[in-house]
Structure formats: C-alpha cells, structure tokens
Design a protein around this ligand. Sequence first.
Ligand code: COA
Ligand code: AMP
Length: 631
Amino acid sequence: MTNRYDEAFSKSINDPNGFWGEAAEDCHWYKKWDKVLDDSRKPFYRWFVGGELNSCYNAVDFHVENGRADQAAIIYDSPVSDTKRTITYRELLGEVSNFAGVLASLGVVKGDRVLIYMPMVPETAVAMLACARLGAVHSVVFGGFAPKEVATRINDAKPKVIISASCGIEVKRIIPYKPLLDEAIKMAEFKPEKCIILQRPMSKADMTAGRDLDWNELMSKATPHGCVPVAATDPLYILYTSGTTGVPKGVVRDNGGHVVALKWSMRYIYNVKPGDVYWAASDVGWVVGHSYIVYAPLFLGCTTILYEGKPVGTPDAGAFWRVISEHKVKVLFTAPTAFRAIKREDPKALLLKNYDLSCFQALFLAGERSDPDTLNWAATNLNKPIIDHWWQTETGWAICANCLGLHHFPVKYGSPTKAVPGWNVMVLDENSQPVGAGTIGALVVKLPLPPGSLPTLWNNDAGYLSSYLDQFPGYYLTGDAGFIDEDGYVSVMTRLDDIINVAGHRLSTGAMEEILADHQDVAECAVIGVGDELKGQVPLGFIVLKSGVTKAHEQVIKEVVQMVRDRIGPVAAFKTATVVARLPKTRSGKILRGTMQKIADSLAFNTPATIDDPTTLDEIKTSLKAIGYAK
Ligand code: COA
Ligand code: AMP
C-alpha cells in the first residue's frame, strides 16, 4: 500500500516538472517560469528558467501584505548579552528595506557581492535579506574563522561591501571581530570599497576613516528600498565550504529553486505551518543557518528563533528547554553534538523537568552521524520523534529524512531514513554499478538534483564538474559512503575524502596538513579525525621532523597548534599532535591515514597488503598510546 511519501517521491522522480511546478505555485513570482526544469545544457541543470521573483519579498513583504504583519518574524534570544527581542514581520520589513536603502546608497546593485562576517544578531539576518532585496549576492563567513580564511573568501567573491560587527560573544568571552576583519582585508588582494560595522555595546571597534561606516548612523538616515525582481536562476548567495584542499569551494545558491525547495521542505519534512515557531540552533555562518534560521522559516511565514548562546554554559544545560518552552518552539533542529553536550552536563535530564515542553513536536538532527546513545537519550527524555536527516552545504536542504509532513516511518537508529522527494539516491561501486541492498559504496544522487541544490561553484564550472560530477557521469557525488537497506533506508557511514566533522562543523584535514607542512621544522605530516565523546570527531596531527631539528617536540607542537588556530580559526579545534619518526605508507608512498585512524580509535584493522613497512604501524600505536589514544 502506498502512502503520501511514496506518491510524492515517485512523482518527484518520474515527473519533476509537474512535481516542482506545483510546489512553485506556493511562492510569489513577478513572472512565471517558461520551463520548470531546463536540461538543455547537461550536466548543468537549471530550475524555473524565465521566472522572476525576489527572495526577500517571499520572506518578508509577502507576509506583511497577507495578514502576518504583527506576527513575530524573528525572536532574538541571547543569553550571552542578556537580550531578548521580538521583531514582527512589519518591523523586519522596515529594517530590511532601510538597510537595502543603505546598501543601494553605497552603490550596491543586482549581482554585486556583499560579504557578511557577523555574530548571531538579528542584524545579520537583516543584512542577508537586504542583499536579497537588491538582488546582490551575499557571502556569509562564520565568525569562528581566522582572518586568512576570510581573506580567501574576499579574494574569491570580490565583495563591494563588507558588513561586520565590533564583536561576537563566546559564552563569557568577547571576541573582537573588527581587528580580525581589518587583518583579513590587509591580507586580501581584493579590497572592498566600504565596510559597515555594527558597534555592539560590549566592545567598540576602531573605525578606518574613509572605509568604515557605522551601521546605526547609516540606518538613522536611510531611505527604504523596494524589492528588485531577479531571474530565478540568478545567484542569491555564495557559501564557502571545505574542499579537499586549503581552497574552499564557493557553493552557489540560486533564487527560484531555493525558495521553492525550502518552502516545500518546511511543510513536508518538518511538518510545520505558517505561524509556527521553528528553531534551528546553529549559526548563520553555516548552511543550516542560511536555510533554516533565515530563509525557510520566513518563506513559510513562521517565527524563527535566532539564539546567541550555547547548549550548555549559557547558563546551564537547561538552556534549550528554556528556549523551547518560553517561545513555544514546535520544531528544533540542531547537531547531535549539542545534545551530547547537554547529556554530558545533565545525564539524567533533571533540568528538563523545570520546563513545559507541551508545545514541542519534533527534534531534527543533522551535520554528522547521530550516535545511537544520543538518539536514545533524546528520545527517552523528550518522548517526541527524533529525526536524523542527512544533508550538506552543497544540497542546501535534506537529501534523506523522515518526512514528517508526508509519512512518519518507524525510525531505524543510525539511518536518516529515506531519500527525500526529489533526491534519487543510489549507491555505486567503483565501476559506477549500483550495488545490492546493504552493500556499502559511494552515495550518489542521480541527476538532475532537485531545486535548491547547488547549480555550480562560484566562477568555477570546471571545479563543479571535477568535484561532483566527473567521477560518476550522470550522478552527483556526495562524498559520503553508505548503504541502502532492503526497506529503502539509507545509512551514511563515512566520508570518502579528507573531510571531518568537528562539533557538526565541516573541516578539511588536508587544509590542516598544508598548514603543518608549512612549519620550518616539519618534514612530513598527516592529520586524521579521531573519535571524540563531545564533538564527534577532532583533528589529530602526526609530525615527522626534519633531520637535525633539536627543538623540543612540545614546542613544535605548540607552534603548529597555534598556526592552525591563526590560519583556519578556533573552529578547527586542532589541539593535539604528536611527533613520530615515520609515517606508515604504502609502497607507492600513500600515507595510510585510514589505518592510523582505526588505530587511534582503538578499532580492529587489517594491515594493508600494500604497506611498505608494517613496523611503522607499531610505532604509530606507541605514539598514540602516549597521548591517550589507541587503548
Ligand atoms: N566566533 C568566534 N569563535 C567561535 C565561534 C564564533 N562564532 N564559534 C565557535 N568559536 C570558537 C569557540 O569559542 C571555541 O574556541 P576555543 O578553542 O578557544 O574554546 C572554538 O571556536 C571551537 O568551537 P566549538 O566547536 O563550537 O566548541 P565549543 O567547545 O565552544 O562548543 C558545542 C561545543 C558542542 C557546545 C558547540 O559546538 C555547539 O553548540 N554545537 C552545536 C550546534 C552547532 O553549532 N551546529 C552547527 C551545524 S548544525
Ligand atoms: P556540511 O556541508 O557542513 O553540512 O557537512 C556535510 C557533511 O556532514 C555530509 O557530507 C556528511 O558527511 C555529514 N552529515 C551531515 N548530516 C549527516 C547525517 N545525518 N548523518 C551522517 N552524516 C551527516
């Protein structure tokens, strides 16, 4: 017997034009599309070609004009600054149109890039929406990245204007953002014309005369600006994400497919309705923040929570329960690591008893593999559906999920359930052949990808092809490996490349190796991800010193740790390294990172037949034991 999920899935694959054309009727268009799916330039597919719309109009103006003007659009809850603020759709429209006016007065027009390096304050969402209003392309950079990472993004995106704030707040620590931005601009070859700085009361930034402008001053004399119609295929934003080298990939999101897919996902994956309160406890600097703090909840006319705090320590492990009960949150979306943090502080969930969570409908987890312990703990204590779902920066929304708005399937721990409508997920072997149920292989999506997923990389069609499409022609390579069982449940097991997930943040060990290799005393190095009780994974470095180096090992380690922090940022959480005499390699010289990872995590492993010298594995094991791994 089929259910609504089966019907939707099969229509989305067999009749994508009909399926997504119908979904697009739920959005506001200045001009309807000529074609739903344009496949005339395979493997580049485009959605809603010929259509014109504005993402900001769909997120804000539409609701003001359709009875939601006085409903809360954003609830800003910031335990770290002791602030709570509710912004209605009417107020949001005022702020966004004024800030769009500010940007326009600085010469920002459709197609210009604007870089946003901001903490979790409502002004960040206002800035993003103001860009969308003008048809300008925003590129938000997560606050935990170091100046060099910001500089790389400035050079690639070439923003006319940069928007930043005087500081962010990490629990009780003030992090001055402005000096980081100044350094980034100094490092970058491309220079922005202007910077707009939001001065936060807890730390004022020094301004650079002629370049830096004060957010509040500009807003006090702003002239509101209306929505500029853009083509459905025009870019809405660029979001950089870790690739396999130190150079991040600029994932492009278009306007039309994005509105359609995200609005659809709110109804059918998350099962929320206009007016509901939705909370993605992430950061606007990540894709989760783009899609589910800012755009999707506003497209549907929900209230979104913008939370500037942590799951623990702001002030305690009851913070999430407080926010849910106080603001009547129906759906929470976060990374499993947040729940591991809460579980660690309050294993019996005693703080939960202080709050009324009757409003709460479901918890969605993503960003890393959900471990059964955490799932169990959340399910037992919350007594609500706990939904693991799988997606990536590139896809913009979930590839696999238990689509609560269509059909609630029984949960199988360790699986994000089934392919979401639009995503034809398959598992291929190295010869591009589909494998049988239960067999692990490369997780791929048969083209075309659905609306909302990346159409290409910024200014880099060739990189898009080589990173995602060349390996298995006709399929999108997710970079994850896994299997599909006989019931169609997908399990995502591991990455096929050097990407690791640290506290739900995606990082490249290759990028860290590039930094370690830059140290004057380092001859060779390797960085692997090792299991961590709180963060899921953390990076761990192995260093082979150049011959003749007499410096204390601890000193070299201290220096490389600092180098990673300086160049990638604190978010890399690179804190441990060990000096070894040699790295285990194959006879052709390939470092056996996978085997090293298994040894570090105390897992069973087979000595690879291609290993050059098996005794190197014993040496690695001894070094790892000395620092608490390989038990
Ligand atoms: N600006 C500046 N620094 C930041 C930052 C920001 N926006 N975000 C994080 N950092 C810093 C942290 O202060 C920390 O610095 P430290 O090494 O000096 O302590 C470092 O980057 C690592 O941060 P994080 O990985 O967040 O670790 P944490 O120990 O501070 O917190 C958790 C751990 C689990 C509580 C936290 O990661 C969390 O809440 N994660 C779940 C939600 C989430 O962010 N998901 C993302 C994808 S959905
Ligand atoms: P990001 O682009 O930062 O969202 O990271 C995407 C990667 O995180 C994916 O390719 C997976 O490796 C991992 N990931 C995200 N969600 C899940 C999940 N539910 N289960 C397993 N891995 C996940």
